[in-house]
Write a protein that binds this ligand. Structure first.
Ligand code: SF4
Length: 428
């Protein structure tokens, strides 16, 4: 098997040979262009392309076959993703973004002794991010309860009798007021969630579009989570200024059917595809503590890390067991389970934001510190996460102070890694 570079060099040399060009001169020029001027060969394609057309009368028949081989090899290289370069720090190697993780590799990583895994994840985290920076997002429920889906963990499903009473969609003014408060408290991303199966009603969607425009004009990043989305709706949201769309896979494909029956895993993947195609950042993760086994947690991480592009953000939620739901009696998720999940996600998707999401009130500052150490670099702030309790803004301020953390400004690239300051860091 030849590499793309070898194929190009081969067809290029063939071209030189056929056109009787003085090979040594061409070769020197080629190498200098390859190595010093443009690593992805664009200059060489352009130069050869004009050479081929200018010499058409003399060389056209001879050079056609060679040129065609050369151009297809060139096109392949142009379309290929920029190769990832391994990074090494303190004995840990990261291969960067990979979408070809084998299931066995994920199993091995997930089952690494915890302290070793945390060390690996913490070191990987430092290769791509500045570990003191934590993004703060605020999540607001703009339409609560009455959802026709049957997600077993959810207080808002109309199939379960919980404390949640269905309420109409909030007014645009209410949403702006909430966004203002969140911004004043340091939040830079505002996420709006509605208890819908899908974005169906035209009127309601128009209202959401207005909310998105308003929050966007306040200088905050805007995220929405509105259920399933068509390609057209995704484009409309993008045009209105949405930064990211949240749509979780929740668990492994195998376990998914035990917690939700009203929409399929593939429907969820389809929505993610529509979001990606519209140019919106993908926020996608899952929940642990629903009765799944380790293989389901591994399955979820494997699916996420082998998507064509990693989600820019990966929320890791601990189940908040709500009375009246089928999962009401599930025991709390041990902090170490969250740490393992976060650390594995960090190693598999080193350039994604990993979000420590629902269930945070159950964990002490020390436990959360270990989760940040393991690579979590985003949290939800504000006293509620849709309907679940969440630490107050002030509690988080204290925690940030105690742990020496700082917030991430909106619409800004993450702070560079202190160990690789010159290199582009994360994608989010
Ligand atoms: S998780 Fe979302 S889709 Fe499922 S029941 Fe709750 S609101 Fe509906």
């Amino acid at each position: 098997m030849y590499t793309e570079r070898e194929k190009i060099e081969h067809s290029f040399l063939q071209f030189l040979h056929i056109t009787h060009a003085p090979t040594s001169a061409w070769h020197t020029l080629t190498l200098s262009l390859h190595i010093h001027i443009h690593p992805r060969y664009t200059l060489i394609y352009n130069m050869l392309s004009s050479l081929a057309s200018s010499r058409t009368s003399v060389y056209s028949r001879l050079s056609r076959a060679s040129w065609s081989a050369y151009s297809s090899a060139a096109a392949a290289v142009e379309q290929a993703p920029v190769p990832e370069v391994d990074r090494q720090l303190n004995g840990v190697t990261s291969t960067g973004v990979r979408n070809d993780w084998e299931l066995e590799e994920v199993i091995e990583l997930y089952n690494t002794p915890l302290m070793e895994l945390v060390y690996k994840a913490a070191t990987t985290h430092r290769m791509y991010f500045n570990p003191k920076e934590i993004q703060q997002c605020t999540l607001l429920s703009i339409k609560t309860g009455g959802c026709t889906e049957d997600c077993s963990y959810c207080s808002q499903s109309s199939k379960h009798k919980t404390f949640v009473k269905p309420t109409p969609t909030l007014t645009v003014e209410d949403v702006i007021e909430n966004a203002r408060k969140a911004k004043a408290a340091g939040s830079t991303r505002f996420c709006m969630g509605s208890a819908w199966r899908e974005v169906g009603k035209k009127h309601a969607f128009k209202k959401v579009i207005t909310m998105v425009k308003e929050v966007n004009s306040m200088g905050m990043e805007v995220c929405t989570t509105l259920g399933m989305l068509s390609p057209e709706q995704a484009k409309e949201l993008k045009a209105a200024g949405v930064t990211a769309y949240n749509h979780n896979l929740d668990s492994s494909r195998e376990f998914y059917g035990k917690i939700i029956t009203t929409r399929s895993y593939d429907e969820r993947l389809k929505t993610l595809e529509n979001v990606r195609a519209a140019g919106i950042s993908v926020c996608c993760g899952g929940i642990i503590g629903m009765g799944e086994e380790a293989k389901d947690r591994i399955g979820l991480l494997h699916t996420l890390s082998t998507l064509n592009e990693h989600p820019e953000s990966v929320p890791v939620n601990a189940l908040v067991a709500v009375d009246g739901t089928p999962l009401a009696h599930r025991p709390p998720v041990p902090a170490t389970d969250m740490v393992r999940m976060i650390a594995t996600a960090r190693c598999l998707m080193p350039k994604s934001m990993v979000r420590l999401s629902a269930g945070r009130t159950k964990y002490s500052t020390s436990e959360q510190a270990l989760m940040f150490m393991a690579g979590a670099n985003s949290i939800f702030t504000g006293d509620k996460l849709l309907t679940a309790p969440n630490p107050e803004f002030d509690e988080d301020k204290l925690m940030f102070k105690e742990l020496g953390l700082q917030g991430k400004p909106a619409h800004s690239a993450p702070l560079p890694s202190p160990y690789f300051p010159e290199e582009a860091s994360a994608q989010a």
